[in-house]
Design a protein around this ligand. Structure first.
Ligand code: MRU
Length: 337
């Protein structure tokens, strides 16, 4: 499987596939400044926990280039990293990558060395994510039966990572082994990552995919057509409680009721060992307009407010297994860190 071209480093800037425009247009744009990158992350031009982290890791190089001439290089540069850290609160990969870059910055003997090391580190994070995806794909596919039909939610594909995906890396591997019949993708209201992005990348890869409204998932699971539900995650607490796109918890409940296995696929960079359980995970709340406007159509009356959390937390008791590059586990606490 060839990685999806989600993001690429070019000399002094990041090239991003604009995910806000998919599937209507495949447009790339360049981020040359921290302001541009922060805006791209906030508005979901680049999105998905691992991809946000990697974009921010390259962002640290841009931050260092932007502040290289300043009197207090480290302070100024850390200030730019804080701007990136303030973009989206739930995906822990963002903080994981920024912490790595911050410590490189603080331990480098000179500005030039810092820039070189930050870039090497961003490339390494990118390559590690690709390699984790390959391993998770194989481990996940080992759990699936012949001729399987999979239900997924949001986009946990190449678009959400360095290019192979988490949940979708399992689907790509199952397809290449010839054991995959079909994928059902929840449309994923309100920003439609399932309909716009998962359907786009699976269709492009020649994998049969059907989109369903989120509200049809429970009844689909009751029909017995689905062999496994597979999703990614944005942050996994030490006990295994997992935050992922809003609607994942409902899906896990429905899968539990229908006795269908529910797998989370996520690299260890998505583990938050400092959060003992899901109650510690901050859930991003997004704006009213994402719910109130559909295209050019106003669909909620003026003056009516909304509840628009971007993520929910699935309690570990509803998760059959977590598939990470270190193995198939029940929770991060299984691993001897
Ligand atoms: O708001 P998004 O599109 O960034 O949300 C993405 C998800 O919820 C994904 O499922 C998650 O990041 C895992 S991606 C490999």
């Amino acid at each position: 499987m060839k990685p999806v071209p989600t993001l690429e480093w070019l000399d002094d800037r990041i090239l991003l596939l604009d995910q806000r425009l998919l599937p209507a247009e495949e447009v790339y744009f360049e981020c040359k400044s921290i302001q541009e990158l922060a805006h791209a992350i906030k508005t979901l031009a680049v999105r998905g926990a691992p991809a946000i982290g990697i974009a921010a890791a390259y962002g640290a190089v841009i931050a260092a280039l932007e502040t290289a001439e300043s009197d207090s290089f480290i302070n100024q540069c850390c200030g730019k990293l804080d701007i990136l850290a303030a973009t989206r609160p739930t995906a822990v990969n963002l903080f994981h990558c920024l912490d790595i870059q911050r410590s490189i910055l603080q331990s480098s003997p000179s500005r030039t060395v810092a820039i070189t090391r930050l870039l090497e580190s961003a490339h390494k994070l990118y390559e590690e994510d690709l390699e984790a995806s390959r391993i998770m794909g194989r481990l996940g596919a080992d759990l699936l039966p012949e001729n399987c039909t999979i239900l997924t939610h949001c986009n946990a594909g190449g678009l959400a990572t360095a290019g192979l995906g988490t949940a979708l890396s399992v689907i790509y591997e199952a397809h290449s082994r010839g054991i995959l019949a079909e994928v059902y993708a929840d449309e994923t209201r309100p920003l439609l990552q399932g309909a716009r992005l998962t359907a786009w990348e699976l269709h492009k890869a020649g994998i049969p995919v059907k989109v369903l409204p989120d509200s049809a998932a429970a009844s689909l699971l009751q029909t017995g057509v689905i062999d496994a539900v597979i999703t990614g995650a944005d942050r996994i607490a030490l006990n295994g409680d997992s935050a992922n796109k809003i609607g994942t918890y409902s899906l896990a409940l429905a899968a539990h009721e229908a006795r269908v296995p529910f797998y989370i696929v996520a690299p260890v960079s998505t583990f938050d060992l400092k959060s003992p359980d899901g109650s510690c995970i901050e859930i991003e709340e997004r704006g009213r307009e994402e719910l109130a406007v559909l295209g050019n159509l106003k669909i909620i009356p003026d003056g009516v407010s909304v509840y628009n959390p971007a993520f929910d937390v699935t309690p570990v008791k509803f998760i059959t297994s977590i598939i990470c590059e270190m193995g198939v586990i029940s929770s991060p606490s299984d691993i001897d860190w």
